[in-house]
Design a protein around this ligand. Sequence first.
Ligand code: NAD
Ligand code: TYD
Length: 339
Amino acid sequence: MNIIVTGGAGFIGSNFVFHMLKAHPDYRIICLDKLTYAGNLSTLEPVMDNPNFRFVKADICDKEAVDKLFEEEKPDIVVNFAAESHVDRSIENPQIFLETNIIGTSVLMDACRKYGIKRYHQVSTDEVYGDLPLDRPDLFFTEETPIHTSSPYSSSKAGADLLVLAYHRTYGLPVSLSRCSNNYGPYHFPEKLIPLMIIRALHDESLPVYGDGMNVRDWLYVEDHCKAIDLIIHEGKVGEVYNVGGHNEMANIDIVRLILKELNKPESLITYVTDRKGHDRRYAIDPTKIHNDLGWLPETKFADGIVKTIKWYLDNEAWWQPIISGEYQNYYEKMYGDK
Ligand code: NAD
Ligand code: TYD
């Protein structure tokens, strides 16, 4: 089996590459990644010499490069992780989100139509469903929840989702989609909540909590997400959407406090800053369908996963130190300077 994994130098994509090489030692995994600010080749260092792995630097919007790779590799499956993924950046500059997340998806699917494919899998997000109120803990996102996006990021992901389903209906392309809740774990880029807070706390720097800190996210350990996608591409039904999440809702402020406690740092580092524009209040996935149809269940409890993740950042400063020096400093100043 030949599998093209786009965005495999990013957070979830790299964890998926590692998972697939381990779980399916007879598969060939080809990673296609543009290496944007969020892509890190050093992440893939441990598998670069694996004969079943190939890395190709290319943009999913580049039709010629994508077609060339399909001609060379004749993939059986494409799993599309490549995306602009940070909500705050999408608020600053929506354009690149539309290009990569929507146009890039169409370029990949056109190549799938041209060369033939057993499965095209789109890695999507629960953010396409918008948000839920804090005072209705009985409500969850199901696969039937209407698309109702808040940010340019989630809108671009929703646009791509609709296009994927349209390619199935119009051209019979064998697609599947997964919509997952917030992931955490190793190789998470330090612009996102959990790694940002761990690294800033380690440096005794202020921890910028948006608004009242009561926004709720439904956290899933990244390995559990990778296992869900592995299951869907092999056993999931064509044309179907699967929600992925582990019923682990946490308010942001509770996560920040937990990180401080684990690192033995004072709560005085917490700084409430101006809220994110259009900030979604609560995400919560109902994972009944993937559990009933495919037998998937998350394996890592948050209490264990967060400790493992903090330990990973403590042990892997060599991975994140080069990221937070240089351009990242300008990013932080620009995004948080006047908050
Ligand atoms: P990430 O930002 O860490 O990584 C994105 C990767 O895509 C990077 O390696 C980047 O270089 C690459 N990329 C960006 N533009 C590209 C282009 N035009 N061509 C080729 N490669 C390109 O993102 P992530 O957090 O790993 O998310 C991966 C996917 O999972 C995204 O589609 C995201 O929407 C989805 N998702 C993420 C989460 C989460 O909590 N992080 C949750 C649900 C779904
Ligand atoms: P983030 O990791 O950006 O993921 P998403 O917005 O896709 O859920 O943010 C998670 C939550 O943490 C979200 O409610 C915004 C909040 N947040 C902060 O309070 N401070 C920060 O510095 C960041 C990056 C996020």
